[in-house]
Design a protein around this ligand. Structure first.
Ligand SMILES: [Zn+2]
Length: 387
């Protein structure tokens, strides 16, 4: 049950309410979307929902102020990462304050950013140019909700001046993020006794070769990295995070599956590394497998492809957020986000939001009250700028 809220809740009250609605990516986010839609409606703001194909999830966009060009889009995601197997000191879905920090899943990544803006709705009465909310689902599982949201928003509202993606940057100005390319690999081997390697094909051993290829390819990327690159690390990462396969130590495995995630720099395409891996599989590994057993093979399935993001130093969104934060330094981050998708749709984009990425996805995730205040001051300056 949602707590009954006062007419003008504070940023903190909205953070508490949003965290209390669990929105782990695998589950529906509709309760959260309804809460936000009701809150906007109480301030006379209509929302548009862009639903997922199965209707279990929805994106939301809404415009506060006049429907004119030159507004600012505040972009956030409603979903959060799971808390399974994480050792939390407190209930992750109940905000707890300790040592001037608010603990809870999503406090930092990234419910506070738009909770603050929602709390400041009463201060948006005199906007001459609009603030558009753009809230997505399934960001944490490969930015799957954003494309339909961005398409619908771009078609529905007059061209905005800037899109601010409020991922936790400690209110620093971030002008670039890496791409994400996620895929699943399924290896089918041929069972035989482990002492008879000439008679069988171990799917686990084949998976090991493919995973080692990623390791070696990443080393080459590191070796070839440009010293001037501002990313940490200054090269693409090629990572396998989950492997499942095999039956027993003395059986050459019939099956092995694994999930990988490649992240590349702006200006290169993670798909290129994937294509190199596929070529290695098709031209080198599969012929060797099939020479022993023709029923063996390797299949790939692409799960997510999120473009990288890089803004020009003098473009509208960057200039605006530099001015609002009083900062001149621009940073690059290695995690992926929705900024590249907005940029591909033709928008000027920048990333800036409260909280630190160091606390994101962790047990005992928190946002400091300082950062909530900094985010609030930033949003007020944005409202002034547009009023
Ligand atoms: Zn996030």
């Amino acid at each position: 049950m949602l707590r009954c809220m006062t007419q003008s809740p504070t940023p903190r009250e909205i953070i508490e309410a949003l965290v209390a609605i669990p929105t782990v990516s695998r589950d529906s986010n509709l309760a959260c979307i309804e809460f936000i839609r009701d809150h906007l409606a109480r301030h006379g703001v209509a929302s548009t929902l862009v639903e997922s194909d199965d209707g279990r999830k929805a994106n939301l966009f809404a415009t506060v102020g006049p429907m004119v060009e030159g507004g600012v889009v505040l972009s956030g995601h409603t979903d959060v990462v799971p808390v399974d197997d994480q050792d939390w000191d407190t209930d992750p879905f109940q905000v707890v304050e300790k040592e001037a920090r608010l603990y809870g899943r999503g406090t930092c990544d990234m419910k506070s950013f738009y909770a603050i803006a929602l709390a400041l709705l009463p201060e948006m009465q005199n906007l001459k140019r609009p603030i558009h909310f753009a809230l997505s689902y399934d960001e944490e599982v490969g930015c799957l909700g954003a494309p339909a949201l961005i398409e619908a928003l771009t078609a529905a509202v007059p061209a905005p001046e800037a899109v601010i993606v409020g991922e936790p940057t400690m209110m620093r100005v971030v002008k670039a993020h890496k791409s994400i390319f996620r895929f699943h690999t399924r290896v089918t081997g041929h069972e035989a006794h482990s002492s008879q390697p000439h008679r069988g094909v171990s799917a686990v051993m084949v998976a090991g070769r493919l995973i080692n290829w990623m390791h070696e390819r990443q080393r080459r990327c590191a070796f070839e990295a440009r010293p001037a690159c501002t990313f940490e690390p200054p090269h693409a990462s090629l990572h396998c995070g989950v492997v499942q396969g095999g039956t027993a130590t003395n059986i050459m495995a019939h099956h092995c599956e694994f999930d990988s995630d490649f992240r590349s720099l702006p200006g290169e395409d993670a798909r290129t590394y994937f294509e190199e891996l596929q070529a290695f599989a098709r031209e080198v590994v599969e012929p060797e497998m099939q020479a022993i057993a023709p029923d063996t093979g390797i299949e790939f399935r692409v799960d997510a492809c999120v473009p990288a993001f890089e803004a020009e130093e003098d473009e509208a969104a960057v200039a605006l957020v530099k001015r609002l934060t009083g900062q001149n330094d621009l940073e690059s981050v290695s995690y992926g986000a929705e900024a590249g998708q907005f940029q591909q749709a033709g928008h000027s984009v920048v990333m800036c939001g409260p909280g630190s990425i160091d606390q994101a996805h962790q047990p005992n995730e928190y946002i400091s009250l300082d950062q909530v205040e900094a985010g609030t001051a930033f949003t007020r300056r944005l409202i002034d700028y547009l009023s």
